[in-house]
Design a protein around this ligand. Sequence first.
Ligand code: NAD
Length: 490
Amino acid sequence: MATRVLNYINNTWTDVGVTESAPVMNPARGEKIADVAMSDANAVGIAVDAAHAAFAEWKETPVGDRVQYLFRLKVLLEENIEEIARAITDECGKTRAESIGELRRGIENVETACGMPTLIQGYSNEDIASGIDEHMFRQPLGVVTAITPFNFPGMIPLWFLPYAVATGNCFILKPSEKVPITTAKLFELIERAGFPAGVLGLVNGGKDAVDALIDHPKVRAVSFVGSTPVARYIYERATKNGKRAQCQGGAKNPVIVMPDADMETTTGIMADSAFGCAGQRCLAASVAITVGEARKPFTEKMADVAAARIVGYGFDDGVQMGPVISSASRERIHGIIGAAESDGAAVVVDGRNRTTPGYEDGYWVFPTVLDRVDPRSTLASTEVFGPVLSLMHASDIDDAIRIVNERSYGNMACIFTESGAVARKFRHEADAGNVGINIGVAAPMAYFPFSGWNESFFGDLHAQGRHGVEFYTQTKVVVERWPKTWSRKF
Ligand code: NAD
């Protein structure tokens, strides 16, 4: 019998207020492995009320005590990393190494938030005038929520959750309905870490649950990661409702390859970036722009590494890449490749209509390389979110940076070169918030902000590190007068 994934409200697993469920699939096998509760406004209301009730005591809990729960969670995550990784591979399709890798990046955020006693500090000035001092304190907001995508079910919830609770908020997670098992396992560990009832809640579901969360008057802040149209929608609706919002959207990440780049190293790193996680990474290299003489050697070598990539079920030995998330996603990617061909692109490596022995029902798209992609074509501005690398060519570095900066997204831009001067020029001029130099996936560590720009981000403060602390706190400035003469009375 398939597992049923429930909500976690007030430290209880429950389906109160849930009227429907949806299937959860294993994308490598194309088979159902669970059902997930699809919550409506009623279930969301119960979760928000529980969180709101818990806030009064949680915000009074000293920050040094609040982080003790996170220290326990960190140990539990380390001890159970293999089990959670298995859930990621089963419902999201990643290889075991990729699943472990994303969990490591998630745990890094728990570790960073454990430093909250220092991170949350305000600042003070003594004697702004004689006998008058001024202080800035950070206080929590109340009930906050995060809505997360399917592609990093173990990591992305942890971009928000540890910072939210360490700063004294109560937090409700609404994970992607495509991958709820990983989050349920995370919340089993949260249960074992012993957080007080209501501090952390899990509400499963789709648009109905999201709308109820962003409309609820007791929810003070909304974090979102997902596609750009939904990011824009949630940002507009949440801010119209008077809430803080930070909404991370989609991407189309360009990478410049200069003629002096070491092609062996560059194509190896590019293959990991473009085809790792089956291209379903918001920091996946999606467009390679070769400059001048880099074109021929890069194209030839890239085609070789793409064709050699081993695709299969993530727990099988030697597998380097898994399936895409759903049959609908596979059909959409096939359609994008076909349309690009009609627009004049050359299919150098074709990943369509391939399968993996033993997993014929899986949602397979093999690595695909498209050459001669016109920078003005539909493909050039469409997020594929699959293992498809487009090749474009530029005459010089200025021409290449112009192509980079014409993109409407701004999640990541990278360059491969041995020239410090060219790298410095690119770093300065690239219109993107996460920049890589001889790096394929420029993912900021937990103590740096995840700095998407343009259509890749709606808001002011990003996820992670100090930005997370600022997002989840409101500043209180206190000016106090204590005339010296008053102390002479005693
Ligand atoms: P998605 O936008 O379809 O879904 C994300 C979340 O929003 C899910 O929890 C889903 O239930 C909810 N949702 C979906 N449609 C909604 C609607 N109409 N109204 C309200 N809520 C809705 O994204 P996805 O397919 O799960 O994830 C892939 C996308 O996420 C890609 O575009 C990728 O680039 C992006 N992403 C961005 C980052 C980043 O840091 N910028 C990181 C990871 C993924």
